[in-house]
Design a protein around this ligand. Structure first.
Ligand SMILES: [Zn+2]
Length: 392
């Protein structure tokens, strides 16, 4: 009840200040009405200045903002843009000694601080900044806002995506965990947040040495160095992509690292001719070995065979088609057959509807081709397959 009363009185006060066109950014309010800020941050559960403004029907685009372009020396009271030179030349003390003497006192004025933090911001932040300069209050507000927008907010994530925020939180509150506690979050629970995979890959700008080092590390740690295993790991695809970009092929990257997972054996299909590939397909059919792409690539040298076939025929399925196999688009299981039946019915119905619609007016036909295309892609893959199904 008392908390609700406190909120109401703060909201009333904010509206009055806004009506008088007073600046309402955190640093200005801290300067002019320090008690108001204190009351806002004393409210539990955590409220914060940004939310207080929003609850008063305001936001950062509507309020006035004020930054001072001077700072007064606490020793002699002189106003200056920055104090470092003044302290050394006039009072013979270093900025560090000055800070020890007057804890929390700034050395440069707010406009310069704003310009510095703007210049330091190299990447676009995940959330646009709304305060020009950092303050402990803004740190808490920003953390609370990120949490509200469902960002993970564990320290690793913050360090990667919001490094300035992480640094300021530690500077102002001693630790990231303490800052989390200040906004009413439990650090132990925040740490359990699922990891994000959207972040930047560490392999984006890796060089050859880094790739080789990673391969050697994997070998030493007895971790998989096969393409198929790595591709499933976090940042695995990025690592493979970078390695093939730098070395030409994955095999060349392994060679460069002195690794040979196949123990010196070389694929028999590396330099196979077109007729040898066809011969192998015939042999597989004769002996009843699987011909589906998925089953072929899962055995040793299967990937190499498929790659070589794709080189001559465009794809594995095209190679099968070249010798009159695989007339059916997918070797269908029950689910695929059901899907296909549904699709055929759908196409026939649409064609009928189109014909009727065309007789009445041409206006209703617009979405049909797009729908059919989407269904075709999801069920059958290609136009060729579709024709095969419809003729069947
Ligand atoms: Zn002075």
């Amino acid at each position: 009840m008392a908390q609700a009363q406190a909120r109401k009185s703060v909201i009333r006060e904010i509206r009055q200040l806004h009506a008088r066109r007073e600046p309402l950014n955190i640093s200005a309010v801290k300067r002019n009405h320090p008690d108001l800020i204190e009351r806002v941050y004393a409210v539990r559960p955590f409220w914060g200045w940004k939310r207080a403004l929003e609850d008063a029907g305001l936001d950062y685009s509507k309020i006035n903002s004020e930054l001072l372009d001077y700072i007064d020396c606490k020793i002699c009271g002189k106003d200056l843009g920055a104090l470092s030179y003044h302290l050394v030349s006039q009072h013979q003390i270093t900025p560090e000694e000055y800070r020890q003497e007057y804890p929390g006192a700034a050395i440069v004025c707010e406009t310069i601080r704003a310009a510095i933090s703007r210049r330091k911001q190299r990447h676009r932040p995940v959330l646009q900044r709304w305060e020009d300069i950092w303050s402990p209050e803004y740190v808490l507000d920003r953390m609370a806002e990120l949490h509200r927008r469902k960002f993970p907010l564990n320290f690793d994530w913050s360090k990667e995506h919001e490094s300035a925020l992480a640094d300021k939180a530690i500077r102002d509150f001693g630790s990231w965990d303490e800052a989390l506690r200040r906004i009413g979050l439990d650090p132990a629970r925040i740490r359990l947040f699922r990891p994000t995979w959207r972040g930047k890959s560490p392999w984006r700008h890796a060089n050859k040495a880094a790739v080789i080092a990673e391969l050697c590390r994997r070998e030493k740690a007895k971790k998989a160095v096969s393409w198929k295993k790595i591709v499933r790991e976090q940042f695995g695809p990025a690592f493979l992509l970078r390695a093939t970009k730098l070395f030409g092929t994955w095999g060349a990257a392994l060679d460069a690292a002195g690794l040979d997972p196949a123990g010196g054996a070389k694929s028999p299909w590396r330099r196979a001719t077109k007729s040898a590939i066809l011969e192998e397909i015939y042999r597989r059919r004769r002996e009843g070995e699987p011909l589906r792409w998925k089953q072929v690539v899962s055995v040793q040298w299967g990937q190499s065979l498929v790659n070589r076939a794709a080189r001559f025929f465009g794809s594995w399925n095209d190679a099968l088609r070249a010798i009159g196999l695989n007339r059916r688009p997918v070797e269908a299981n029950g689910r695929t057959r059901r899907k296909r039946r549904l699709y055929v019915r759908f196409v026939v119905e649409r064609a009928h509807a189109n014909r009727c619609a065309h007789r009445r007016s041409s206006a209703k036909r617009t979405d049909a081709p797009c729908l059919i295309m989407r269904a075709r892609c999801s069920v059958l893959g290609t136009l060729h397959c579709e024709r095969a199904v419809l003729n069947h």
